[in-house]
Ligand binder design. Sequence first.
Ligand SMILES: C=C(O[C@@H]1C=C(C(=O)O)C=C[C@H]1O)C(=O)O
Length: 98
Amino acid sequence: MTDATTELQRLRASIDNIDAALVFMLAERFRCTKQVGELKAAHGMPASDPGREERQIARLRRLAEEADLDPEFAQKWFGFVVAEVIRHHRIAAEDASD
Ligand SMILES: C=C(O[C@@H]1C=C(C(=O)O)C=C[C@H]1O)C(=O)O
């Protein structure tokens, strides 16, 4: 095996570990937001909270800059996740009103 192939394999093993960690962290996040959705549904609270999201975006952009990650990418990733969370919260609210 060439040096390059060995290095590629080593890097890909790290990428696979990181991807696994991301999946586990996302699963934990959704487990938590599911409980938030149930709490909101039970108390008639709105599915989304734009003020909270604004604060989260500002914080995440700051953290991304510190970590040398593109803040636009961090914001896009957050928006993608939150859109799914809100979709779940709306479904929870519908289920609670049935
Ligand atoms: C989880 C919540 O519900 C929504 C989803 C958010 C999130 O996924 O971080 C943030 C704000 C809300 O729009 C919440 O209100 O905390």
